[in-house]
Ligand binder design. Sequence first.
Ligand SMILES: Cc1ncc(COP(=O)(O)O)c(C=O)c1O
Length: 359
Amino acid sequence: MHKKLLIPGPTEVSPQILQEQTRLMMGHRSKEFSDFYGGIGGKLAKFFELPSDYKPTTTTSSGTLWFDIVGRCIVKKKALCCLNGAFSQRFGEIVRNCGKEADFIEAEWGSVVKPDAVAEKLETGEYDTVTMCHNESSTGARSPVAEVGKLLKKDYPDVMFTVDSVSSMGGDWTLPHEMGVDILFASTQKCFALPPGLAIAFVNERALERAKEIPNRGGYTDILEIFEFEKKHQTPFTPNVSLLYALDKRLDLMLEETYPRIYQRHQDMAALTQKWAKKHFEMFPEKGYESITVSCIKNTQGKNVKELNQKLAEKGLEISNGYGKLAEKTFRIGHMGEWTVPGIQQALDWIDEIWGLAK
Ligand SMILES: Cc1ncc(COP(=O)(O)O)c(C=O)c1O
């Protein structure tokens, strides 16, 4: 039996979207493709209300490619990397791997790096780029990106702000210009409810200007090459056209539902899950910083998540254990994409039933 994915990604993909991928192929250097791909850019710009100095792009890659793009093409000399979980840590490590210097500010897992801590480090004047993860899928913590963005715009206008929005873009409210972010990126297998394999990014002119000053941008990672091809609505390398068909359909559905309604639906799913979690367990993230797409719950009753998933599998559902060092100490419910409140309620009822939790 198929298990519906209620994990922090990949999330469930509907048959309607899967079907889109069976459309016949087109050559990616054809006018037909440019028209089609230009349409996707237009829909992304419309949905995310991008001002004219921000450009959208898609890369045939998972989201992690953008850690490398930032490391290679945006960090000039030294980055300040905000770490509060596994993915933000990987971002920082990749920046170092790209041969750039990077200092890490580390918050406890479950907490977030606060704007004051960022300001204190930036005062040294040592950094040209800040990295942050908006929604730490490993801990369910949501970072105050817009507050940090505001601080940077006000006091450090030359510092680039690059943000991993992999598990929040399109579910949570993620307009890059409102957040003061220069590069914001995500993967399709999260809130876009598509199969994995594409990344979506928004990049502003400032970031492209910065990239021009930086040598050794690589090949697949060369952001200037990506946006050179965007001018003619193409990609530098062969794109996954089938996934782009699916993305095109998804954007139509998102535009139809509208962003405020999608955002509200994610807030409602998070509120329901948090209420349930607080009744039986505790939320893992610091109060006030809980994600609205991934709920990370402290397993205060020491319940067996593996056994739960075996029983949920019989009903056609899967949730997630904690990530890395948080396995067994926490468990996670990823409510994103096409999930709705009734679907989450059903899942919570089943968990109640299997674990014998009082209603
Ligand atoms: C917050 C966050 N950042 C980055 C990644 C890595 O994304 P990808 O696997 O698409 O490269 C993930 C994947 O789960 C994630 O949740």
